[in-house]
Design a protein. Structure first.
Length: 289
């Protein structure tokens, strides 16, 4: 399902350039969006819980990441590092009063770099299920990637994900989305396509009634020229354990639990202060929740 790869989807070549440009454009709209109370921002922390500030706060945090995963970490047209994870790391350091740095590495060498103390924490979508990560401490998840339905825009208001009998649902062949749909909606007509792009286009063309897939990717496809206003989110979000429940967390060395605890504390503080909401809407103005 994840097989040691980053949890967030990868984007390359033209797709990466399109998403990078879109991310830069939607960032401009953040102030207006942040004021909209109906925009759904996820909450992974108990708002009633009280947590004391840890006594051990690191003076400096050297983050490790890879720079080819927009909108999390990427380079803008001027070559500057930007992205959700970049701004989140900066905000975490400001909350803790720690100095902050970010070192870029290829994904495959992030774990060795952490073990060799080239950095203190990996903020690059490592999966807890990867066997090598058993040597690590993880913060609480700061983002989960749900599955979502998209349907024709005119059908979104009446869509009932519990009544799919007779409806055709487009999915990517061999994906966890196909496996989930076949298990939980056996009454639906599950129609596999070779790629997620083809499954989305099936809804746009009218060849399918709905598409079930990655909510993050869909949140960038829906406002773009590819969708052309044809479609909208409906139902969900789906975070079913065993399928879509693993999220993004920050990893530290097993010998450094204090740093993970400090970062978990800071994540909760960012949410309670509204800073997490601001960052989420900066990079995900069409919420995938």
């Amino acid at each position: 399902m994840f097989n040691g790869q980053p949890l967030f989807p990868t984007y390359h070549s033209a797709a990466a350039r399109i998403l990078t440009a879109l991310t830069c454009l939607v960032a401009i709209a953040t102030p207006a969006l942040a004021q909209q109370p109906d925009v759904r921002v996820p909450n992974f922390w108990d708002p009633k819980a009280v947590h004391d500030r840890p006594s051990a706060i690191p003076d400096k945090i050297q983050f490790l990441a890879t720079d080819d995963y927009p909108p999390f970490v990427f380079r803008d047209p001027q070559g500057r590092l930007t992205g959700f994870n970049v701004d989140l790391a900066r905000a975490l350091c400001q909350e803790l009063g720690s100095s902050c740095a970010l070192r870029i590495k290829d994904f495959d060498v992030l774990l060795p770099a952490l073990e060799e103390e080239e950095g203190d924490a990996i903020i690059s979508g490592l999966s807890r299920s990867r066997s090598a990560t058993r040597r690590l401490n993880f913060t609480e998840d700061y983002l989960k990637l749900p599955a979502r339905f998209i349907v024709p825009a005119q059908a979104a208001a009446d869509f009932d994900e519990q009544a799919l009998a007779g409806l055709s649902v487009a999915v990517e062949t061999g994906s966890r989305y196909e496996a989930f749909a076949r298990r939980f909606w056996p009454e639906a007509e599950i129609t596999p396509f070779e790629t997620a792009r083809e499954a989305r286009e099936a809804v746009k063309s009218g060849a399918a009634d709905a598409h079930f897939g990655d909510g993050l990717s869909l949140s960038f496809w829906l406002p773009g020229e590819a969708a052309g206003g044809c479609c909208a989110f409906a139902g969900g979000p789906w975070l079913e354990p065993g399928y879509f429940d693993e999220g993004l967390a920050i990893a530290t060395r097993a010998s450094d639990p204090e740093r993970a605890a400090a970062l978990s504390y800071a994540l909760r503080q960012l949410y309670q202060k509204g800073i997490y909401r601001e960052l989420y809407l900066r990079y995900f103005p069409l919420s995938f929740y």
